[in-house]
Design a protein around this ligand. Structure first.
Ligand SMILES: Cc1ncc(C[n+]2csc(CCOP(=O)(O)OP(=O)(O)O)c2C)c(N)n1
Ligand SMILES: [Mg+2]
Length: 361
């Protein structure tokens, strides 16, 4: 639970009941969504790689709660939670995983590639660390638009990465440029302690002082307990405001835990059941629900049950929708949205138009 370190009340304690109730709703939506996703995967209705976000809900919901609607968000492949927290329709998210046409990427991206331009979500990236230079680029673009072109307003980009991406060269180059050019991007390490089956202690130096790595690039870093959404909001909101205002980068070591295996095929021999159970004792959803019921007294047991039921229905609807939806046709979709070097029979943008013949085949 969030606690004010001074006599001043914490930021989250000053928010209205309805805001915190909405956080609970959003986190529960992700949890239920992931439960149904895992089921659908086991029934072979979802193909490809699939990484479940259960346990980490407070990370996406708490940090995105600190943003403006136009702030860009980019993340890795464990991305369903970010997509839903950013406002993607659960039907579009589920249909994407089912490989169906109404999916956010017309069913051509799948679980790891959630994109939602209207909600300023720029993926969903499967190569570990690949999103980190792109995050710097999003921040550069917004800053250029505002400062040089005099358009728009000061934005701040959020770039999420796993602890496994800390060691990628691309991330170090990205941080160097972000620090050097003062780019308004915040790198949020969703530190769930494991990169597949490798614990963070075995995989990276200074595992207990990650913020020092960012300091080496002139980037201010903070540590946050990612299992408490109120702690996330209380610590992250001032950082977002500062990075927006001063147009400079930030770094967060957001300590969290994933309850499921790395992906849908993981025997989990690298950790004990007790370790997983210990993490569940600090569950962000259970903690917020009990805070709202017992401390704030704004939610009854019945309200909470009704909310869970409503969410179950919404998610079930998204699965039914995804199952019934049309798959993309090979003729219409195989060569659309594909970019290659411009050749004479392509449209000026370099994209294949529907039905155009691929000259390389
Ligand atoms: C460049 C690259 N190397 C290896 C992989 C294989 N791989 C996929 S996920 C993963 C682990 C990444 O762990 P982390 O960054 O901590 O994210 P988490 O899965 O914990 O969310 C690895 C090594 C990859 N996708 N890309
Ligand atoms: Mg990890």
């Amino acid at each position: 639970m969030a606690q004010a370190t001074t006599d001043r009340p914490s930021l989250s304690s000053q928010l209205p009941d309805k805001t915190l109730t909405k956080w609970l709703y959003d986190m529960q939506l992700i949890r239920e969504f992931e439960t149904r996703t895992a089921q659908a995967y086991q029934q072979a209705k979802i193909g490809g790689f699939c990484h479940i976000y259960t346990g980490q809900e407070a990370c996406a919901v708490g940090t995105i709660a600190c943003l403006d609607a136009k702030d860009p968000v980019i993340t890795a492949y464990r991305d369903h939670g970010h997509a839903l927290a950013r406002g993607m329709d659960p039907k579009a998210c589920m249909a994407e995983m089912f490989g169906k046409l109404p999916g956010c990427a017309k069913g051509k991206g799948g679980s790891m590639h959630m994109f939602d331009k209207p909600n300023h979500l720029y993926g969903g990236h499967g190569i570990v660390g690949a999103q980190t230079p792109l995050g710097a680029g999003l921040a550069f673009a917004d800053r250029y638009r505002w400062e040089v072109l005099g358009k728009g307003s000061k934005q701040v980009s959020l770039c999420y990465l796993g602890d496994g991406a800390l060691n990628q060269g691309a991330f170090h180059e990205a941080q160097n440029l972000a620090g050097l050019l003062n780019l308004p991007v915040i790198y949020i390490v969703e530190n769930n302690g494991y990169s597949m089956g490798t614990s963070i202690e075995r995989g990276t130096t200074m595992a207990d002082q990650l913020t020092l790595k960012a300091k080496g690039y002139g980037i201010k870093g903070i540590e946050i307990d990612g299992m408490s959404i109120m702690d996330v909001y209380d610590a992250f909101k001032p950082l977002v405001d500062e990075c927006r205002d001063l147009q400079r980068p930030g770094f967060v070591d957001l300590k969290t835990y994933r309850y499921q295996g790395h992906s849908m095929s993981d025997p989990q021999k690298y950790r004990t059941k007790e370790e997983v159970e210990d993490a569940k004792e600090r569950d962000s959803i259970a903690n917020l629900a009990s805070h709202l019921m017992q401390e704030r007294g704004c939610l009854s047991e019945d309200d909470w049950k009704a909310m869970q039921k409503e969410i179950r229905d919404i998610v079930k609807e998204s699965v039914d929708f995804a199952e019934a939806a049309e798959a993309p046709s090979v003729e219409e979709e195989l060569y659309s949205d594909v970019f290659i070097h411009p050749l004479p029979n392509l449209s000026p943008s370099g994209a294949y138009t529907h039905g155009s013949k691929n000259p390389l085949l």
